[in-house]
Design a protein around this ligand. Structure first.
Ligand SMILES: [Zn+2]
Length: 260
């Protein structure tokens, strides 16, 4: 995957949307990354991603995906903005308190990048609606705060066949893992039982760290870079500034992605 010569860019452009002069300028500092190039940026422009959960993780993910020029971003959340969200949910301002997150996020992201399409969906993700909500995207980013709903999007991503980019944070640490359905370990393979759901303390900057790792992972995937956090769990602890990467394996008998 080093096909970023002008010839490759031109051949990519023929069957995809080309970049405007304004877009070339807006994204110039990332287009010049060797692995990106104009062809990589065009891939981002054609990419469609859903951000499930517009809280602390979702704020960082959505802002960086929008800024990077992901062509279509769907933000799904059914909460309203509360004062206690503002230590970490940087998509929102004090004037958004009491408003629904999906549409507040949509407005903020449109202000950041008017060149892309953004859809704020004010809905709770359920087993009944998950596939319908995710079938028009190429990737789903898990920015949720509970494992029950994580399992729902995990299973929907497997059914549709799109990658899932998992992230979670608690207190001063968090974790990231990427799932390529039926090829690499899914959430159920690794976390067969949900941890108890409770409101945990979270340092906003740490939600930002985990969210930006997820966003980087999504961008790398869309550009076509291969060294992703698949079959790997990245664990970050800001108390010691330690990163660990644990190697994982798919569970052949996994109730969500297993062969049986
Ligand atoms: Zn599995």
């Amino acid at each position: 995957m080093h096909g970023n010569s002008p010839t490759d860019s031109d051949s990519m452009a023929s069957d995809s949307i080309t970049l405007t002069e304004e877009e070339m300028a807006r994204y110039s500092r990332q287009i010049s990354i060797p692995e990106f190039g104009k062809a990589g940026q065009e891939k981002l422009k054609n990419a469609r991603a859903a951000v499930a959960g517009a809280g602390g993780l979702g704020s960082a993910v959505a802002i960086y995906l929008a800024a990077a020029g992901i062509g279509y971003i769907k933000i799904i959340d059914d909460d309203v903005v509360e004062l206690s969200n503002l230590n970490r949910q940087i998509l929102y301002s004090e004037s958004d308190i009491g408003r629904d997150k999906a549409h507040s996020a949509e407005k903020k992201l449109r202000a950041i990048n008017p060149n892309i399409e953004i859809a704020g969906i004010n809905k709770r993700i359920t087993e009944k609606n998950a596939v319908g909500l995710l079938k028009d995207v190429d990737a789903v980013v898990d920015c949720l705060d509970n494992f029950e709903t994580r399992y729902v999007i995990n299973d929907a991503a497997i059914e549709i066949g799109i990658p899932l980019f998992h992230g979670a944070c608690m207190e001063m640490g968090g974790q990231v893992m990427t799932v390529m359905p039926k090829r690499t370990a899914c959430l159920k393979c690794i976390f067969p039982n949900p941890p108890p759901h409770k409101k945990t303390p979270i340092l906003g900057a740490v939600a930002g760290t985990i969210g930006t790792i997820q966003a980087t992972e999504v961008i790398k995937f869309f550009v076509g870079m291969e060294s992703l956090l698949t079959n790997k769990l990245l664990i970050y602890d800001s108390r010691f500034f330690s990163y660990d990467i644990i190697e994982l394996e798919r569970n052949e008998k996994c109730p969500s992605c297993g062969v049986i």
